[in-house]
Design a protein around this ligand. Structure first.
Ligand code: FAD
Length: 451
């Protein structure tokens, strides 16, 4: 194998027709790529699923929860075979200040039964399982292989990919870029405008091993039930948030941080995780946990307004490569959007192949399917959420204001009588520099996004 010198800046034009030819080459065996390859293989097409890792999921990083409803279409009764750690039956949203915590805590037994809602799962196991499904359906999985660039025919149409293997050009009528955040393939194809990094956050996580009984006692769960905790106010004002998820005998704890804010702050991400683990509301949950993994990865958090062009002549872009991760405060969902978009890309490519038209017009079924489904519907609806949630008021002022309001509400100051809620709310807002006008504006924006 030749040494990989990094992605080329421009596609290779007019390359010789590669000896190895597929109907479709899917780049990246994350959830998006495997879903695309599975659909295409089932439709009887010759498809290559190319992955740079030694196996699918080998290097992939995320927080820990997969929402599997979209899998129902791809792998009926998937819950009987997917490598699940715990079924999420308890969901908490926490507002934190350095010394306070206000928690909305919801639990339901319904999510602990088929067809389930969310599950914690390790990516190395989950990605390998889904790619295995594609392989079993007939896709050709090619691992330890980096796609280094696009091949274009003399008319400028995408005609395959170049890999870092000697004689490693792979010809294809359609290339589906599922190469994750910061997709160089989509950039090379000119589908992204420049300057996407400001819409990117850095996710950093630790896995801490805990004995299973200790974990279940601390989190108040039993059997295979588990907890998903999302947090705001734990990043020292850097736009972002925190998370804590339970696996079978470990927890995943981490922070998500806006890159610009992180750079300006000069704070190191591991410092913020250390502070989170020491927070009075979190420390008792993770005490004694043994660090088994530390990982970091970028997340495309800009949402709908930052998506690239999704369809080109002979090319589709799916999953994080198309900025389809939904990061909207109470929701951090990327895997289900990746699976959904990959599945629709696979279907659209199969349709185009059957008509013999793999130009952008022939592949138009992709965007139609995305528009008609949760993928673009949710993103459109929540288009304003990233801006609202990553703003200064939501990140620092509101958590402190609400925590103080609740602290004062429950503080008993006899012999003084109880102050009214309105008076307390006004006092808290004033104390934290929140103007009622801004509060009303944010409430309307929040209602528009989430209502
Ligand atoms: P990826 O999963 O990134 O897969 C891309 C694949 O392409 C990889 O296997 C990679 O090795 C391969 N690849 C890349 N370039 C090349 C190349 N040139 N040649 C060959 N192969 C290549 N989502 C959730 O749903 N739930 C969560 O709890 C959650 N928490 C998160 C926490 C963190 C810290 C982070 C970083 C993300 C989190 N996400 C979460 C988001 C989620 O991980 C992504 O949205 C999801 O993985 C996107 O899937 P994908 O298939 O599009 O891309």
């Amino acid at each position: 194998m030749t040494e990989y010198a990094g992605p080329a800046a421009v596609p290779v034009r007019g390359a010789a027709v590669p000896a190895t030819r597929f109907d479709v080459v899917v780049v990246g065996a994350g959830p998006a790529g495997s879903a695309a390859a599975l659909e295409l293989a089932r439709a009887g097409h010759r498809v290559a699923l190319v992955e740079r890792g030694a196996f699918p999921g080998a290097k992939n990083v995320y927080g820990g929860v997969v929402y599997g409803r979209i899998l129902d279409e791809l792998v009926p009764r998937w819950w009987e075979e997917a490598p699940v750690q715990r079924w999420v039956t308890r969901r908490q949203t926490m507002l934190l200040t350095p010394t306070q915590a206000l928690t909305v805590d919801f639990r339901t037994e319904a999510w602990g039964e088929p067809p389930y809602n969310g599950a914690t799962t390790h990516r190395a196991e989950f990605d390998a399982w889904l790619a295995g499904k594609a392989e079993a359906a007939g896709a050709e999985l090619i691992t330890s292989t980096v796609v280094t660039g696009l091949l274009l025919d003399s008319a400028g149409r995408v005609s395959g990919v170049r890999t870092d293997r000697p004689d490693g050009d792979l010809g294809a009528k359609v290339v589906i870029a599922c190469d994750g955040v910061n997709s160089f393939l989509a950039k090379q194809a000119g589908m992204y405008p420049p300057g996407q990094l400001e819409h990117t956050t850095l996710g950093v996580k630790e896995t801490l091993a805990l004995p299973r009984e200790t974990l279940e006692e601390r989190f108040g769960v039993r059997g295979r039930h588990g907890v998903d905790i999302e947090m705001v106010g734990c990043t020292r004002g850097i736009p972002g948030g925190g998370f804590l998820y339970t696996n079978l005998d470990s927890v995943s704890i981490g922070v998500v941080l806006g890159l610009e804010g992180l750079g300006e702050s000069k704070i190191r991400p591991e410092q913020l995780i250390a502070e989170l683990k020491a927070h009075p509301a979190i420390a008792p949950l993770v005490r004694g946990g043994e660090l088994t993994e530390y990982a970091a990865h970028l997340i495309p958090e800009g949402g709908y307004r930052t998506m690239p062009r999704l369809t080109g002549d002979g090319m589709l872009v799916s999953g994080d490569a198309a900025a389809m991760c939904l990061a909207a405060g109470i929701w951090l969902e990327g895997v289900n959007f990746a699976i959904g978009s990959g599945m629709y890309a696979g279907r659209a490519a199969a349709e185009a192949l059957s008509t013999g038209d793999t130009t952008a017009a022939g592949l138009a079924g992709y965007e139609r399917r995305l528009r008609d489904s949760f993928v673009l519907a949710d993103h459109r609806k929540l288009a304003g959420a990233p801006e609202l949630l990553l703003g200064e008021r939501m990140q620092t002022k509101y958590p402190a204001m609400v925590c103080d309001l609740v602290e004062n509400l429950f503080q008993v100051n006899n012999p003084a009588p109880k102050p009214g809620l309105r008076k307390l709310a006004r006092r808290s807002a004033r104390q934290h520099g929140v103007r009622l006008r801004d509060l009303a504006k944010d409430a309307i924006a929040g209602f528009r996004a989430y209502g």
